[in-house]
Ligand binder design. Sequence first.
Ligand SMILES: C[S@@+](CC[C@H](N)C(=O)[O-])C[C@H]1O[C@@H](n2cnc3c(N)ncnc32)[C@H](O)[C@@H]1O
Length: 257
Amino acid sequence: MEGYPLFIQKIYKKTGIDLASYKERQMKRRIESLIARNHYDSYDDYFNALCNDGKLYEEFINYLTINVSEFYRNPQQWEVLEEDVLPTLLKHKKRIKIWSAACSTGEEPYSLVMLLTKFMSLQDISILATDIDLGAIAKAKEGIYTAKSIENLPKDFVSNYFQLVDGKYHIKDSIKKQVTFQKHNLLEDPYPPDCDLIICRNVMIYFTEETKAKMYHKFYESLNDHGIFFVGSTEQIILPNRYKLTPTKTFFYKKMT
Ligand SMILES: C[S@@+](CC[C@H](N)C(=O)[O-])C[C@H]1O[C@@H](n2cnc3c(N)ncnc32)[C@H](O)[C@@H]1O
């Protein structure tokens, strides 16, 4: 379908989301299937409809952002975090600054709070969790999850930190209070400074190589000396030394000083 470059420009003006930074083939395929599903036959008509129909617009943003997440996604990596990465980080510091970037509906930052209770008291834990999608952030703040999403979570965390209400798992306020959610666009907004641990998983895969390179530099700048960058299971960094990051374990990189 023609008209994608102009659509990109209009969407950027309207939403601040730069589709040109996302892999084109994948993004076009997704958007075109959405256009067809809504019975439009051009980017132009679809864009005009988006501007006049809040529901359609919301559907577009939701579809675009792909909010799939779960607690303890790829559990082996959470084991490495528990057994190796966190003990090393906490050897020299009692409190660490953690940023969960592209946190979606909150499963990742809440998993982190639960894991950190093994190392420190709850009130010493504070996590910054950000995402571009305000709808996802609203769900994260609500903290209500399905049985499927907590499948990988250690059973004692489930019994200690959730209440089962009508078949849904409601996360307890004590956990919620330790996470600050904010809207943040990884492509545009300044990255928070002085992080000891940045966890950014399952979003880099959507970006072009050029965009990823820019982002790795920004993550590097965001980290404290010896800070750790934790990536998703299909997101290993090619030649990480280019960004002054060095692998410590698979999927974990340390800032080189
Ligand atoms: C598949 S989810 C990943 C959630 C979680 N990190 C995980 O691994 O389970 C991808 C998230 O990236 C967010 N996202 C996409 N583009 C973004 C951007 N430019 N800035 C910040 N977040 C973005 C989406 O809104 C979505 O919530």
